[in-house]
Design a protein. Sequence first.
Length: 118
Amino acid sequence: MAWFKSGTINLTNNSDIVIGNSTNFDSSIQRGDILVVDGKNYEIDGVVNSVQLKLASPFSGGTGNGVSYGIVHTQSTVAGLDRDVNTMIELAAEIIENGIEGGDSAYETAVKNGFVGT
């Protein structure tokens, strides 16, 4: 998923609220996504409304208005990881069931070595 970079933001030192200017924050921004400002990362707690975000902890940078930013969506990363892990599990199950091409299955190997009765 692409970065969210619409508009600019106003930030206040030691505040957990981010005010947007022409941002239109929406449900694509999720808890755990990362707000990037001047190369520093801040975890997002959630969207308050279309022009406000709540951070998981207060902003530690300097107060500023009209600041450029980016939001990195972390949920798509989790979904991708979930998909990849499920694919690996399916491949492992196939190898256990059928063996590697040209070889015996795990069950056949266990029978040949006396670990399973015939």
